[in-house]
Design a binder for this molecule. Structure first.
Ligand SMILES: Nc1ncnc2c1ncn2[C@@H]1O[C@H](COP(=O)(O)OP(=O)(O)OP(=O)(O)O)[C@@H](O)[C@H]1O
Ligand SMILES: [Mg+2]
Length: 222
């Protein structure tokens, strides 16, 4: 599903990732942990082609993502959902429109868009706010909208970068329950987090980075 072979990434000659080898199978739930600056965000960016490796190979669903032509990147991203800590919702669009965006870009029909958006909003429990603008929602509600937007296309892989950053423990717990539900439906999930509670709650494979190196990988194959 996801394979990294001897992957390195440098910023200004400083390694953000050094010689990373990692295989993730279809249907796994992987937590990516490690201190600030360890390289978690960089690793996720490489997977969705927001950055390119300086060394090594990355295969996502058997495609070499470093060699993708720019015109092929949107096709790769259609198979992925991405959730960011800072939400990145469009402030002038309502919840429904924000979640519909990935479908609109692909030219889905109005009927199909309505069906898929409604299903995604229901799955994350935010359908009752579909006409609200993001600014009127709480942080937890906004993150639910982001998760709905990430799953509206039925992605094979869901990537999330600190999805519970700045949330209190109860709220972080609720958000992680959504990731568990999405995983249980068959999606491969990878979540970067600082949050120890999240690690305990999910209790799956934990890949730890430190200073750009993969320093431990526990619980694989669960
Ligand atoms: N665009 C960039 N330009 C220069 N250096 C960068 C850039 N992005 C990341 N870095 C550096 O790469 C290293 C890894 O950063 P990264 O953001 O991947 O860490 P992280 O594990 O996600 O940290 P955090 O937990 O704080 O989010 C850090 O030393 C960071 O300063
Ligand atoms: Mg980060």
């Amino acid at each position: 599903m996801i394979q990294l072979f001897h992957v390195s990434k440098y910023y200004d000659r400083r390694p953000a990732l050094s010689n990373i080898n990692l295989q993730i199978e279809k249907g796994e739930f992987v937590l990516l942990v490690g201190p600030s600056g360890a390289g978690k965000t960089t690793l996720l960016k490489l997977l969705f082609c927001a950055e390119h490796p300086d060394d090594g190979q990355i295969l996502v669903q058997n495609r070499n993502v470093a060699r993708l032509r720019p015109s092929d990147v949107p096709y790769l991203r259609r198979t992925m959902g991405i959730v960011f800590q800072d939400f990145r919702l469009l402030p002038k669009k309502n919840v429904f429109e924000n979640v519909a965006l990935p479908l609109m870009v692909q030219g889905a029909s109005a009927f199909e868009t309505r069906r898929k958006v409604t299903e995604a909003l229901k799955a994350v429990g935010i359908e009752h706010r579909k006409e609200s603008r993001p600014a009127l929602l709480s942080a937890g509600e906004q993150q639910r909208v982001c998760i709905a937007r990430a799953i509206v296309n039925g992605p094979i892989i869901l990537l999330a970068d600190e999805p519970t950053g700045n949330m209190d423990p109860d709220l972080a717990g609720e958000i992680m329950e959504l990731f568990k539900m999405i995983h249980a439906r068959g999606t491969t999930v990878m979540v970067a987090t600082h949050n120890r509670q999240v690690v305990e709650q999910v209790g799956r494979r934990v890949v730890m980075l430190n200073e750009g190196k993969l320093v431990s990988d526990k619980g694989a194959g669960q």
